[in-house]
Ligand binder design. Structure first.
Ligand code: NAD
Ligand code: TYD
Length: 338
């Protein structure tokens, strides 16, 4: 696998994946296709722009002509699709763009893979396609056999993309793999998601909006562990298979928020309980046995270590997220980083 298309690489996980691959897989070249929506930030890729094995193309995965022209010109060995609308709250406000990007964009990429006989398409999916688990049954976890049962327009659009990906494999023989990961955290996460939002608010001494009673549980995975799992699936996974990715790091939201306040030396009086998210999933928990048994993947970063590293990263890289809060990030061009 020499040339890989990474869609959505100016976002959180795609950006981390690009840095991870350029560091740990010498000889592989990467093309990033990103529409630079509100969630895309070229500064996330600043170091990659200096690497001759990296190329950036601005464009949408829903733009069939642009995508087909790119596939024809580049002759990819693999496609990893991170590009998506990814925030549940935005999907409640405005579902349409989630269906456009997450479902129809996936279809365009699958069609291009068929047309240009790309040897591997990897769909980056989420544990949210399984719906949620009750809080009082800690023994229950999502396996790859758990039925899809979605709650939000976001998770419904991701599940639709998964079904389409599997249908292309069965009908056309498209060589696909799918991964379903739990909540990620780490450097370069957009400050609308729980952890970076709370770090930004706490740093500014502003109220921290915790939905409901803060008892919803998420299963947190350090982003680099996710990136390594995807690389292992790309190079060693079985075509047609789904792999769950998670590290048994379940935490109630309120615990996460208190950890952030503690490390930043701020008081818990900043916590403000606000109206709950409609349809709020109670608990996610991934059973990662299959990827461990088949590919030997294991998470390397425990939550306590990862959250400390992440908070320190946000403290030491405040200009990165201040450029987002001020809107300056939307004026950046690739030339500024070359
Ligand atoms: P993100 O919102 O940080 O980044 C998304 C990126 O996709 C942005 O750079 C954006 O500009 C780009 N994009 C959006 N629409 C596009 C389009 N039409 N064409 C091209 N690019 C487009 O998202 P993230 O948190 O990095 O998530 C990446 C993927 O991982 C998503 O598919 C998401 O569903 C999945 N996922 C995320 C998590 C998580 O905890 N964040 C967990 C599991 C799975
Ligand atoms: P989020 O980071 O949006 O990820 P997801 O909804 O995909 O799991 O939210 C993580 C959890 O934090 C979720 O239970 C909702 C909660 N939350 C808050 O309590 N306050 C907030 O301001 C946000 C953004 C999330």
């Amino acid at each position: 696998m020499k040339k890989i298309l990474v869609t959505g690489g100016a976002g959180f996980i795609g950006g981390n994946f690009i840095h991870y691959m350029l560091r740990d897989y010498p000889g592989v070249s990467l093309v990033c296709l990103d529409a630079l929506t509100y969630a895309g930030d070229l500064e996330t890729l600043a170091a990659a722009f200096k690497n001759p094995d990296f190329k950036f193309v601005k464009g949408s995965i829903t733009d069939r002509k642009l995508v087909f022209d790119l596939f024809e010109a580049e002759k990819f060995d693999a496609v990893v699709n991170f590009a998506a609308e990814s925030h549940v709250d935005r999907s409640i406000e405005n579902p349409a763009v989630f269906l456009q990007t997450n479902i129809l964009g996936t279809q365009v990429l699958l069609d291009a893979c068929n047309r240009f006989a790309v040897p591997r398409y990897h769909q980056v999916s989420t544990d949210e396609v399984y719906g949620d688990l009750p809080l009082d049954r800690p023994e229950l976890m999502f396996t790859e056999a758990t039925p899809l049962h979605t709650s939000s327009p976001y998770s419904a659009s991701k599940a639709s993309a998964d079904l389409l990906t599997q249908a292309y494999h069965r009908t056309f023989g498209t060589p696909v793999t799918i991964s379903r990961c739990s909540n990620n955290y780490g450097p370069y996460q957009f400050p609308e998601k729980l952890i970076p939002l709370m770090i930004a608010k706490a740093s500014a001494g502003q109220p921290l909006p915790v939905y409901g009673e803060g008892l919803n549980v998420r299963d947190w995975l350090y982003v680099e562990d996710h990136c390594r799992a995807i690389a292992m699936i790309l190079f060693g996974g079985t075509v047609g298979e789904v792999y769950n990715i998670g590290g048994h790091n379940e935490r109630a939201n309120i615990e996460v928020v208190k950890t952030i306040l503690r490390q930043l030396g701020k008081g818990e009086e900043l916590i403000t309980f606000v109206k709950d998210r409609p349809g709020h999933d109670r608990r996610y928990a991934i059973d990662p046995k299959k990827i461990g048994d088949e590919l030997g993947w294991q998470p390397q970063t425990l939550f306590d270590e990862g959250i400390e590293r992440t908070i320190s990263w946000y403290v030491n890289n405040e200009s990165w997220w201040q450029n987002i809060l001020s809107g300056r990030y939307q004026t950046f061009t690739p030339e500024a980083f070359r």
